[in-house]
Design a protein around this ligand. Sequence first.
Ligand code: SF4
Length: 299
Amino acid sequence: MNRKERRRQAKTGTVAPSGPAFGADDALAFLSGRRPAPAAPPPPAPSPKTDVSTAVQFRALDALRAGRSLSAVAEAVRAAGAVADQAWNAARPVVEARRQPGFACAAGCSWCCYQQVAVAPAEAVAIARHVETTFTPEQRAGLDARIAALDDKARGIGLWSRARLKSPCVMLAENGACSIYEVRPLRCRGVYSRDAGQCQWVMENPDQVYGNPDRHATPGPYPIEPAKIMDTALTGLARASQEAGLDWQALELTAALRLILGNPEVTERYLGGEAVLAPARLPERDDGDPAQGPTGRPG
Ligand code: SF4
């Protein structure tokens, strides 16, 4: 498969589970709107990317082997996050020390939570289960209202248009924390920055980011490694989902939650192998940069 085809698949969320990555080549682009640095020579086998993808695939399949239940899907997603987090935690000290300053990310900093959030269907179902089992009625009512309001504005739009809304993710709490931190999407786990001021500027100036044809020319403060690890984990989860007969194509978080929450029959149909979440797919066309074609949005 050539690069153009990989980009098309990554952008549309139709990357084949047998392929090398879930949009990994565009990970830096979706993080920062910047072009990834030239690829380094491939490392000697075994590839860490392959290890993460394969480990996630096997762990997720182990969870799903007993049957396509809601708890099995939640366990598969939990296992995927555990494998990916472990891989990133092992790599993080070296990546962070490679440049100064170190990572600026801290509790309460949420400039990166104002964009489109891409999730695997299994993640969306697991997040909905977490919400339905842990949120208070008041929290749930607030969330439902935020989902409806944002989905009405954001359904089907691309990265640039979504960034122009300057609307926070529906899961962002008032204190700037992620209200589903322990089950947050893999894409969100892949976002790190050495410069919170740059993250704020990007959030506040989407037209200067997406409208600047030279924005890929200089490296940004966003390390590519965590995004690649999380994207390879998504590849493993997609492969396991396909092998288990479950939908695996990427969704937009808000739209997916609107379909799932309060509608148990949707979850049942998903578990039955139907592509019932297809209306929440990421938009076919990325209006932020049709030529570059990043896939979606981190958290
Ligand atoms: S789900 Fe992701 S984008 Fe949304 S609040 Fe949590 S970390 Fe931020």
